[in-house]
Design a protein around this ligand. Structure first.
Ligand code: NAD
Length: 479
């Protein structure tokens, strides 16, 4: 477990959903494990004029949804919380924040360290970062780290603009762009699993891999997030970021690398080698869908959801074939798929090996599955069986990587931020390449009118998603 850390957190958007559902519970876990103990304080900022006491009550209420600890320990924790009402455009408010942070730093001996956390609408990220810099909030003696939530732009142009704004205020090394899939234990363990399994690693290339499949499926619809979803769609919301980062973990070179700079360079090189699609190829290599009601007609179709246009063309399902122009991977299809209202929730990587793997002592045509959310106690499957029961000896699961089930993605990412470990955050260069790739698809789709809705809720998406693989003589492993 990490040793005690000291910092003043300034959470922009401290009254919001993300802060209450994810950040405060994660900070509380770190408090219970004593990573945060005496030398930290959290300043929540938002527009509303709340008192410290009221803010603390909201924090405790949100903890009660997740923990059954004594109220006393929650109250002790909440004593580290302070509230400052704040309008992102008002310079005076930043001066007040600076003074409060300085005072709390003295009180809690927080080592002049600052974590500026953007739990606020993306349109404010640039303004807030600029003001932090121009109003002199940054300390000289400690660190000043900026944490940015997704979405990082909505296309390459807007991502460039956003990056231009924040990088005027913060050097790249102090920017922590969150992709919470990179906080998930299995995704973090992939390099270990590869590094500890020479046979598997030897097989991970175009000589031995038939195809790799990444599925991030949800069974729920958009619920109460229709308004947000109308501005996003699965392509932006899941493929550009989470799916690409998972591919980065499984396909980039040198899984033994430990240094953030080397790991990032390998991932940047991989994404820079994404095989660009022509507009016509978008029609053949990518499939989009939008959910209709279910078989009984009880569930709402996407177009009937709250805050969704009756004629919305936003996709709730994507399947596609991605390829890379590298010596290692050229010719290997990476089939990706993400959607809402699929039969189950499942997040998985299926590595489909070919028959040549027998030269490596692996059973021909084996499928190695990495389950990103542990299911039924299983995390790695070989040919559908827990790897321990599968009768093949080429998977060793690193012991230190056993799931303890306690750590939430956000918790481990916050420890990384406090430790200055940038391995599990995304670099601007990675985003530039992935946005460029995604923009081609988006532009093509925006120029056409899809026939939506085109899949029934509770199914595997439109038929075209099956045909995408059948055409290559392949099929989805999770089906
Ligand atoms: P939210 O609407 O619940 O909260 C937004 C916060 O911003 C509130 O505290 C609000 O008071 C504050 N705010 C709004 N306008 C302001 C202004 N002019 N000046 C100062 N403060 C202002 O939103 P959320 O769901 O918590 O999302 C916050 C960010 O996190 C967004 O970028 C979102 O995309 C991202 N995100 C959220 C989730 C999630 O699960 N909620 C998941 C991933 C990413």
């Amino acid at each position: 477990m990490a040793k005690e850390k000291s910092a003043i957190f300034i959470i922009f958007g401290g009254s919001g959903d993300l802060a209450h559902r994810k950040l405060y519970p994660s900070l509380f876990r770190l408090y219970k494990s004593k990573v945060l103990k005496d030398h930290f304080a959290v300043i929540g900022t938002a527009r509303r004029p709340w008192s410290d006491d009221y803010f603390r009550e909201t924090v405790i209420t949100s903890l009660e949804d997740y923990f059954d600890d004594d109220k006393e320990i929650m109250e002790e924790f909440a004593k580290h919380f302070f509230y400052q009402s704040h309008d992102v455009n008002d310079s005076e408010h930043y001066i007040a924040l600076k003074n409060l942070a300085g005072k709390l730093d003295d009180q809690f001996e927080a080592g002049h360290n600052r974590v500026y956390y953007m739990a606020i609408a993306p349109r404010f990220f640039g303004t807030v970062a600029e003001h932090i810099n121009s109003e002199g909030l940054k300390t000289k003696d400690g660190y000043n780290r900026l944490v940015i939530e997704k979405p990082f732009g909505r296309d390459l142009d807007s991502a460039c603009e956003l990056n231009g704004n924040i990088s005027k205020a913060f050097p790249e090394d102090d920017i922590y762009r969150i992709d919470h899939y990179l906080g998930k234990e299995m995704v973090q363990d992939i390099p270990n699993i590869r590094a500890n399994n020479p046979k598997l690693e030897q097989a991970l290339n175009n000589k031995y891999v038939s195809n790799i499949q990444v599925t991030l499926a949800e069974s729920i619809g958009v619920e109460d997030r229709g308004g947000y979803y109308e501005t996003a769609g699965v392509l932006r919301d899941m493929i550009q970021n989470h799916v690409m980062q998972i591919i980065g973990a499984i396909a980039s070179d040198d899984p033994k690398a430990k240094e953030a700079k080397v790991i990032h360079k390998n991932k940047c090189d991989l994404f820079a080698s994404l095989k660009e699609l022509s507009p016509e190829e978008v029609d053949t290599e990518f499939v989009r869908g939008q959910y209709d009601t279910d078989k009984t007609g009880e569930k709402k179709a996407y177009r009937q959801e709250d805050n969704v246009a009756e004629d919305s063309n936003i996709e709730t399902f994507v399947a596609g074939k991605i390829e890379f122009n590298t010596d290692r991977w050229s010719g290997v299809p990476f089939y990706v798929r993400s959607g809402k209202r699929m039969p189950d929730k499942s997040s998985r990587i299926d590595i489909v090996l070919n028959d040549k793997v027998k030269e490596l002592g692996i059973r021909p045509n084996s499928v190695v599955t990495l389950l990103i959310e542990k299911e039924d106690g299983n995390s790695i499957l070989i040919n559908g069986l827990n790897y321990k029961d599968a009768g093949q000896d080429f998977i060793e699961f690193p012991e230190e990587a056993e799931f303890d089930n306690a750590s939430e993605a956000y918790e481990s990412l916050i420890i990384d931020i406090l430790s200055g470990n940038r391995v599990h955050f995304t670099l601007w260069d990675e985003l530039r390449s992935t946005w460029k790739y995604i923009d081609t698809i988006r532009e093509r789709w925006d120029s056409q009118t899809p026939e939506f809705p085109n899949y029934i809720s509770g199914t595997m998406g439109p038929d075209a998603a099956e045909m995408l693989l059948e055409r290559d003589g392949n099929s989805w492993i999770w089906d």
